[in-house]
Design a protein around this ligand. Structure first.
Ligand code: ATP
Ligand code: DNN
Ligand code: MG
Length: 223
């Protein structure tokens, strides 16, 4: 089984969008794929259940049939930083729950398991702890989604520095075109290719996906 942690240069940079593409591509190639969003903030309450859109997207994209509570064991209603939502709910984000949730999915032997963070790499989860501590304890390789917009160079380089300082391997980064036409896109991409300490895995076009052959090659590399 291959498991990865997908982080991003910020919230709203396309971690879920890109993770879903990877899970779908793996499924189309006959692989067992599963997404995991341990901590979410920003949910609808449907029939008494907290339903997070990221979790629903990952659940649909993966080929394993998993209940939503398995894909997303820790969920909060307001779309705010999760440790603040946890405090408001009078609860503490449990690292044991995050870890056991991953092991639970791993036991169903996916070929590709993608765990999506929330926000960026150094996400506080309360009491001086960070989601990155959990990823480090799990020793998961990291994929960085770079939301290609002005400011991403600094965010991408700082994220990569922090991941490496935490002792983790960066499998690579994905350039995600969150804007239809970023000014100097090619030059920004070239700058990151030169300065990032890990390879560019894929370019994801605005409202699109890498071509089938590129995706198949990437899934082969990741699995
Ligand atoms: N390549 C793309 N083309 C067009 N829209 C995109 C692309 N990538 C992401 N988006 C859109 O940008 C928004 C943010 O993407 P997404 O939800 O995947 O971000 P995220 O990093 O997972 O955010 P969060 O921190 O909340 O988990 C969504 O509306 C998504 O559909
Ligand atoms: C609500 C939002 N879409 C995400 N799920 C949570 C983003 C947390 C960001 C925390 C921060 O770094 O400021
Ligand atoms: Mg997301």
């Amino acid at each position: 089984m291959a498991a990865y942690f997908v982080t991003g240069t910020d919230t709203d940079v396309g971690k879920t969008y890109v993770s879903s593409l990877l899970l779908q591509a793996a499924a189309q190639l006959g692989k067992r794929s599963a997404g995991y969003k341990p901590v979410s903030a920003g949910c609808d309450v449907i029939d008494g259940e907290l339903v997070n859109d990221d979790a629903v997207q990952l659940q649909r994209a993966g080929s394993l049939a998993l209940p939503l509570s398995t894909v997303n064991p820790i969920a909060f209603t307001p779309p705010v930083a999760p440790h603040i939502a946890a405090e408001e709910a009078g609860t503490v984000i449990s690292t044991a729950t995050i870890e056991s949730g991953l092991q639970h999915i791993a036991r169903q032997t996916p070929d590709l398991l993608i765990m999506e963070g929330a926000g960026g790499w150094r996400l506080p989860i309360g009491d001086g702890r960070y989601l990155s501590d959990v990823v480090a304890a799990l020793k998961l390789p990291v994929i960085i989604v770079v939301g290609m917009r002005l400011g991403c160079l600094n965010h991408a380089l700082l994220t990569a520095e922090a991941v490496q300082r935490d002792g983790l391997t960066i499998t690579g980064w994905i350039a995600n075109q969150v804007q239809p036409d970023m000014a100097r896109y090619a030059q920004n991409l070239a700058t990151l290719e030169q300065l990032m300490p890990a390879p560019l895995l894929a370019e994801v076009p605005y409202q699109g996906a890498p071509d089938e052959a590129a995706m198949a090659a990437l899934i082969k590399q990741l699995c």
